[in-house]
Design a protein around this ligand. Sequence first.
Ligand SMILES: Nc1ncnc2c1ncn2[C@@H]1O[C@H](COP(=O)(O)OP(=O)(O)OP(=O)(O)O)[C@@H](O)[C@H]1O
Length: 216
Amino acid sequence: MLEIDSVSLCFGRKQVLSGCYICCKPGEIVGLLGRNGCGKSSLLKIIFGTLKADFMHLKVGSKITKKTFPGKDVAYLPQHNFIPPFLTVRKVLEDCDPSVATEEAVVSLNELKDSRINSLSGGERRFLECLWLLSRPATYLLLDEPFSEIAPFQIEILQDIIRTKGKTKGIILTDHFYLPLMEVSTRIVLMHNNAIYNIRDESDLILYNYIPDFSS
Ligand SMILES: Nc1ncnc2c1ncn2[C@@H]1O[C@H](COP(=O)(O)OP(=O)(O)OP(=O)(O)O)[C@@H](O)[C@H]1O
């Protein structure tokens, strides 16, 4: 189990996280929702180690640790582009797991194999980054907005891969495309007012004002 608790984070005088808790075990896909700026990305960065919390308690398996990077337990898809722009698509695909970069998954990239990353569209680049990250052998995957910029057909491909990986890995996934997130998650939580609430269905998201009530 990956477990982080008592997370406290301030930027200047602004308290972003206070006493925050989240956990995830292998075989679980935790969908993390929350309004813009509530601290979802910060929480994932703190788990990975690219952002230092004012206080937190992090445990991966039986190991208490200050960060998970560098290490083999956790892989992290940041919100921003991270694959070096000078690499070619072919080079990146060569470093992907064949069970992830299947023929069906990469069909949209076939004509781009000799292109450099910096010549791809935003969605093409993001999709390739997701394939690469989902290929990592880590036990836990942190995915920050994998569906952003991605066309619906490709989102379905990513959902299938996430579902397959989620059978053996623990995945924490955050995105504002809440429907694809809800479809793929085995457990959904919402960050709201510095607390984490369990979400059963869309009516809970209306209750916490994350989505509008279209019926009213
Ligand atoms: N480096 C920084 N310096 C100052 N404030 C920051 C910094 N990084 C984040 N923040 C602030 O912390 C808050 C939480 O940011 P974070 O990116 O974690 O939110 P989020 O829930 O991921 O938002 P979104 O859904 O928009 O991606 C925001 O109000 C943001 O402005």
